[in-house]
Design a binder for this molecule. Structure first.
Ligand code: HEM
Length: 144
């Protein structure tokens, strides 16, 4: 699980060299020093955002889902005042973590309740209809 140590932006701003490079993306404080050379977009663009909130720069590029998932690997903490969704690190969930979570909860809870209702009452209705039919059409009840 990603690190939840809390940092202020002033603390992040102290790490802005190519030997020690941090920035913030969507509330996650990232230490990308080891990633500088690996970054497909080059080291320079990362260093331009060093010590700052790089959320806009990161999103403006339209990074892939793989790139979004990589954020967790470099996370060393969270920015003071931010709440994150730990379920996944994809774009929308990072921007509005709480809303995403509640949307999931609503979907997950409603569907099983509805299904359970049908699973219980439909067989009951079918069985009830069958036995009513059998009862009403009994041979000893037929009057000639
Ligand atoms: C930890 C943070 C970051 C990670 C893990 C990351 C990861 C990646 C990856 C995997 C790619 C390849 C294309 C893709 O899969 O989307 C990429 C491309 C790129 N990234 Fe980042 N990136 C990060 C931060 C940034 C930042 C802050 C900028 C600032 C502008 C940036 C600018 C770019 C650019 C310009 C490209 C090249 C896009 C292209 O060639 O079309 N990245 N990045």
């Amino acid at each position: 699980m990603a690190d939840h140590k809390v940092f202020t932006l002033a603390q992040v701003a102290q790490h802005k060299s190519n030997k020690d490079c941090w920035f913030v993306i969507s509330g996650r404080v990232l230490n990308v020093t080891k990633f500088l050379e690996e970054h497909p977009g080059g080291e320079e663009v990362l260093l331009e955002s060093a010590g700052k909130d790089a959320t806009k720069a990161f999103e403006d590029i339209g990074h892939s889902k793989a790139a979004h998932n990589l954020l967790l690997k470099y996370q060393v903490g969270v920015l003071q005042g931010c709440v994150l969704n730990e379920k996944d690190a994809t774009d929308a969930s990072l921007k509005e973590p709480k809303k995403e979570m509640s949307a999931f909860v609503i979907k997950d809870e409603r569907s099983p309740k509805y299904t359970a209702f049908l699973e219980f009452f439909v067989p009951l209705l079918v069985a009830g209809s069958y036995f009513s039919y059998r009862y009403l059409t009994r041979a000893d009840q037929i009057i000639y």
